[in-house]
Design a binder for this molecule. Structure first.
Ligand code: NAD
Length: 251
């Protein structure tokens, strides 16, 4: 049977690149994103490019319990099974803790952490019944280390960093593997908003003198979803181009 992957945040950046990666490998892709106009047009384009597979787009706010329940009902009515769930949708808010409103704090936590709770709850019983499944969360290097002006984002991604271990422990007995991909700065539309001099500094902070491309994350996701990764679960796997490995000692 053709494998089916559900990807949140699929209309942009890494989610979009993962959509293309899994379609190129012959899988069906369920794209879920808040951005309906972008998502629908991308899904239509991919459906033309990959006529032998299913590409569906669903407009959803992954932080809304009712929207996620609705998504699960529609997706499971059509596909009945889900092989891989990728929780990629995420948002960022700039600011030290005291500069953030409670509303902003709650919003970042809702989209970056609670959405993983909601999406997993909505699809885990299907995976348990299948006795197989793969869940991949997109965390961040900002959840492993401290970062300036990223209090809410670091807290949210830090939670994801440890959540993966609980998920892997609880679902391993059902043959469900759960891993995080931990990207460093990645060349997505979000990142491209930085001025060129800032982008140059990011490049210089990598021993490879480059930042991560969305396709690098997509290749890791494809590997983690595959049988090749059948012994890998509960891990935070960095895809960073070496960003963040330096102890800080001068050269
Ligand atoms: P992006 O902004 O290009 O794409 C994110 C997508 O998520 C967008 O299409 C957006 O519409 C969607 N989205 C946002 N809120 C949503 C919601 N409530 N419901 C449904 N969809 C929603 O971002 P990206 O750079 O591709 O980031 C993808 C993931 O990678 C995020 O979790 C982000 O935190 C993480 N990340 C990004 C970087 C980076 O440098 N770009 C680094 C580390 C981790």
């Amino acid at each position: 049977m053709t494998q089916t992957v559900l990807i949140t945040g699929a209309a942009s950046g890494m989610g979009l690149s993962m959509t293309k990666r899994f379609l190129s490998a012959g899988q069906n892709v369920v794209m879920a994103d808040f951005d309906a106009s972008k998502g629908q047009s991308i899904a239509a384009k991919f459906q033309t490019e990959f006529p032998n597979q299913q590409v569906d787009f669903y407009q959803v706010d992954v932080s809304s319990p009712t929207a996620v329940d609705q998504l699960a009902k529609q997706v499971l009515a059509k596909y009945a099974h889900i092989d891989t769930l990728i929780n990629c949708a995420g948002i960022f808010a700039k600011g030290a803790l005291h500069e953030l409103t409670l509303e902003t704090w709650n919003k970042v936590l809702a989209v970056d952490v609670t959405a993983i709770f909601l999406m997993t709850k909505a699809f885990i019983n299907t995976m348990i019944a299948q006795k197989s499944g793969v869940i991949i969360n997109i965390a961040s290097i900002s959840g492993l280390y401290g970062d300036y002006n990223m209090a809410a984002y670091s807290a949210a991604k830090g939670a994801v960093t440890n959540l993966v271990r609980s998920m892997a422990l609880d679902y391993g007995k059902y043959n469900i593997r759960v891993n995080n991909i931990v990207p460093g700065p990645t060349n997505t539309p979000l990142f491209q908003q930085n001025p060129p001099e800032v982008i140059a500094k990011f490049n210089q902070a990598s021993p490879l003198n480059k930042i991560v491309e969305p396709a690098d994350v997509a290749n890791m996701a494809y590997f983690l979803a595959s049988e090749q990764a059948q012994a890998i679960t509960g891990q935070n796997i960095q895809v960073t181009a070496g960003f963040g490995i330096h102890s800080g000692q001068p050269q």
